[in-house]
Design a protein around this ligand. Sequence first.
Ligand code: APR
Ligand code: PHB
Length: 394
Amino acid sequence: MQISQRTQVGIVGAGPAGLVLSHLLYLQGIDSVVVENRSRQYVEGRVRAGVLEQGTVDLLTDMGVGERMKAEGLVHYGIELRFGGQGHRIDFQDLTDGKGITIYSQHEVLKVLNNARVATGGQVLFEVENVSVHDFDNSKPKIRYEKDGNACELTCDFIAGCDGFHGVCRPSIPSGVLTEYVREYPFGWLGILADAPPSSEELIYTYHDRGFALLSMRTPQISRLYLQCDPDEDIDAWGDERIWQELQIRLSSTGWKLTEGPILQKGVTGMRSFVVEPMQYGRLFLAGDSAHIVPPTGAKGLNLAVADVQVLARALARFYATGNQCQLNNYSHNCLRRVWKVQRFSWWMTSMLHRFPDENPFDQRRQLAELDYVTSSRAAAKTLAENYVGLPMQ
Ligand code: APR
Ligand code: PHB
């Protein structure tokens, strides 16, 4: 059976970008439908990022979906940079006039957003198949998909491509329109989720001869830890004991102890920096990971996705209220200014903290000097702090 439907904004992908956009539009009285190829259970269970910038926290709060985050999130006012076995605190509160970050799992944010969409009659269609986007270079864009064996067509005014790096929207833009800017890193992160109380109140980013390590957390009972590894590292070669042993070595510091516990999940992720320009073609707007990827050092991916859709929601609200397309036309330009600054920061944190296979002793000395500078100069620490808590939303 062929099913036809109409909405104002058709959104592909129910990740942070798609769901925040859909709810922001609802709050402005704009109708949207989200199509997602995974199940709700999968999306809400997938362990991803966990650091929310102040601006992201403020936005979710203003949207009325911040209650659980406020109750359960862990507010941090600093991070530690550890090198040469010594810890150095970057004090965000002092360096950014009181700003901080909130540790709260991305999938918990998604659960709350899904509930809010359902409670307000929003349409988020999970487990749709064969999604494709059409006619976005004229005024009647369409999203086609299959659901429960039916062929469906959603006609909309605009399409938001919030379908992540591997989605269908970006590749649907005619060739020659987009320019891709890419940097691959010659390493990955081996990440674990452990049933162990975090051994530090704040995150610890460690530079070590054997490679980078990071101590993070999800709750006061659950630690999240990462080790720099080869990009194609075989996770099966890493038994739990080996992982803890390596973490103990890289994170070691006098008078400090890393608490171990059962490993609940483990995996390897690659690292890349990626941007497409422009982030718009006709009536198709790319937002979040579909338009850009950052390496995880600095935890910017989720926050950047939220920043994009904030710009997009504002531009769409202006259009529907006044017919003025100015902000929509400037969407890409406005987003990219912030995107590139965040790219720079994520690349810089990554470059400062990891060992590179082609580095020489000069490079290593330079990295250590940079860490020394960042932790001893107020001006340098301030640039790290203001980027980490989040640059202002445009
Ligand atoms: N059709 C429908 N949905 C799709 C398709 C498709 N063809 N392809 C991908 N999706 C869905 C994915 O299943 C996913 O739920 O789009 C969603 C994209 O979500 P994310 O990858 O989380 O991207 P985004 O919303 O931009 O958020 C980016 O979240 O997970 C982090 O590392 C990520 O921090 C970054 C941020
Ligand atoms: C995480 O908790 O998953 C995390 C924290 C900080 C980062 C990256 C990931 O820089």
